[in-house]
Design a protein around this ligand. Structure first.
Ligand code: ATP
Length: 240
């Protein structure tokens, strides 16, 4: 069913012990979309991404992916089913080389020829990364590490790519490059859910977006509509 969402959260709740971090949210992603999730620090954005990736469990509500309920599925199975997460802080293996990091992304796969072909595609998309394949990843700049983290995620052949604050701590010019890469990934048919503090950038760039506040989704709409929404402008774009 082409009209069915690729991913759907319904009344999703996520808790850390007694602390309710996400308090019943509804969120849908359709195939091929680039959707962003914006909101202040502590709103529950990272928590939501981790629950989709399976590194956190829902404490209530439903999660479906490609038509199946997956709330009880472990993270490695979700990865194999096409859900890849680029975590906050990138999560690269700093002592491994760039090439080893990229290859780690394919660890759930056994189709060797296809993995090599995907590596070549990632090299084409990320020429800076290709130049640094033998370099120890911990010695790369922050922007290069972010590229490696995205490249590694792509090596799992995701249908859904979850990106947690890819612009964090990076200079504007590098952020622009990272967003170009994300756009290319989306153009290649990967559905993207992007968590961003940089609301201006994220909204200008997304098909749709959700605004999260204190564990709830308070607004949603097209990127352009939210970009021009007075509530969003005053709360997240630094306007009075
Ligand atoms: P940030 O941009 O800071 O990551 P966020 O919107 O992603 O913000 P979350 O990291 O999802 O927010 O945090 C949501 C809430 O859950 C916050 O109140 C936070 O303090 C709490 N929280 C997050 N991680 C934990 C944890 N491991 N244990 C207890 N509470 C946590």
């Amino acid at each position: 069913n082409p009209a069915a969402p690729l991913l759907q959260l319904r009344d999703a709740r996520i808790a850390y012990g007694q602390i309710q971090a996400v308090k019943g949210i509804d969120l849908e992603l359709f195939s091929g979309e680039l959707v962003s999730l914006i909101g202040a620090n502590g709103a529950g954005k990272t928590t939501t991404l981790n629950a989709i990736a399976g590194t956190l469990q829902l404490s209530g509500g439903d999660l479906s992916y490609a038509g199946s309920a997956i709330a009880g599925m472990p993270a490695h199975k979700r990865l194999r089913a096409g859900i890849a997460l680029v975590p906050e802080g990138r999560g690269i293996f700093t002592r491994l080389t760039v090439e080893e990091n990229l290859r780690m992304g394919a660890y759930t796969r056994s189709d060797k020829a296809e993995i090599e072909a995907d590596l070549q595609r990632v090299y084409e998309m990320l020429p800076r990364v290709k130049e640094r394949l033998p370099q120890v990843a911990g010695t790369l700049s922050g922007g290069e590490q972010q590229m490696v983290a995205i490249g590694r995620a792509l090596l799992s052949r995701p249908k859904l790519l979850l990106l947690d604050e890819p612009s964090m701590g990076l200079a504007p010019l590098i952020v622009e490059k990272i967003f170009e890469v994300i756009h290319t990934v989306m153009k290649q048919g990967v559905t993207v859910l992007l968590v961003e503090q940089n609301a201006n950038l994220a909204l200008g760039f997304s098909n749709r977006a959700y605004v999260m506040e204190s564990g709830k989704i308070t607004l949603s709409g097209s990127g352009q509509d939210l970009l021009h929404d007075p509530k969003v402008r005053s709360a997240y774009l630094g306007e009075a």
